[in-house]
Design a protein around this ligand. Structure first.
Ligand code: PZK
Length: 287
């Protein structure tokens, strides 16, 4: 970057800058988090893989809902985005019972007010995908909320709209992922409103940082599933006996290389595009 930009926000592994009054620059770093801690060692090209995947899905879902993507820069890790008024909820769709959905089900038999059949096991496919909104926590964990709480935050008609759009996006992307041997267990989407109050998909979409991808050929309901991308990192951290409080451990070269290979494999499996072609010209994902 040769421009001097105003920093307007940080995610755990991404940065947001203002380009002008209407546009933001979203930059995906190579940082990786595990057990909610950002590690001191980077995974080369991770930011490019996530940026390319997100742009790939933005290009293919624009017919369902407009999105904030304006351009992917030549570096492959920065995207120019329309500035939106973001809605104050996380829009999660779950097709499988995992993470906080599984925890809530064990405690209450429900997830965000969705009554589920009894006797489901961890990672089991749900009878149908469910929309499970959450609050946006500034620090700590997002909290799953019921429909009534989300309606108080964004209004009933907007709630019905984001629910329908989020479920349609999940159906489209999970079908395509499944054709490539990958289960999209769940996904977190963030929406905003444009200057005309129209709903627009923002943030990142259908990346391994915002979704759970499981290799279909290793799917075994009844327990937690191996992560497509972070399993080497988790296994290494578990073997170390690290207590999962900051600072996290440095990663050895073989864990870094193995993890980079999994990210590149995820990109190529899902998109059908060679990662080298993306590096040569990031706009290949938009075609
Ligand atoms: C926006 N975030 C979260 C994401 C960060 C922070 N198109 C947009 N318009 C207005 N605001 C946002 C977006 C987007 N996307 C997103 N905070 C504000 C976030 C990534 C990195 F540092």
């Amino acid at each position: 970057m040769s421009e001097a930009l105003t920093h307007v926000g940080s995610g755990k592994v991404r940065e947001l800058y203002a380009l002008d009054a209407d546009r933001l620059l979203l930059v995906a770093s190579d940082r990786i988090s595990t057990f909610d801690v950002v590690l001191p060692t980077e995974i080369p090209d991770k930011g490019r893989v996530l940026t390319g995947l997100s742009a790939f899905w933005f290009a293919r879902t624009a017919e369902f809902v407009p999105n904030h993507l304006l351009a992917v820069r030549d570096d492959g890790r920065s995207t120019e985005c329309r500035r939106l008024e973001m809605l104050p909820i996380e829009c999660v769709v779950r097709g499988y019972l995992s993470g906080s959905g599984w925890k809530d089900y064990l405690t209450t038999g429900r997830v965000c007010g969705h009554e589920l059949p009894s006797g489901l096991v961890e990672s089991q496919r749900l009878p149908e995908p469910i929309f499970t909104p959450a609050t946006k926590a500034v620090t700590g964990h997002d909290e799953n909320i019921e429909r009534s709480v989300a309606v108080e935050l964004i209004g009933e008609s907007r709630y019905d709209e984001v629910e329908a759009v989020a479920l349609a996006l999940y159906a489209f992307v999970s079908d395509q992922a499944r054709e490539h041997g990958i289960i999209l267990a769940d996904t977190k989407l963030e929406f905003g409103l444009d200057e005309n109050d129209r709903l627009v998909l923002g943030d990142e979409a259908f990346t391994p940082d915002s979704s759970r991808f499981w290799p279909a050929d290793q799917y075994r309901p009844g327990g937690a599933q191996p992560s497509f991308d972070k399993q080497f990192v988790r296994d290494y951290c578990e073997a170390l006996g690290w207590d999962k409080t900051p600072p996290g451990p440095e990663l050895p070269d073989d864990v870094v290389e193995g993890t980079r290979a999994r990210y590149v494999e995820a990109f190529e499996t899902i998109t059908g595009i060679e990662f080298d072609a993306y590096l040569a010209d990031p706009e290949v994902v938009l075609a």
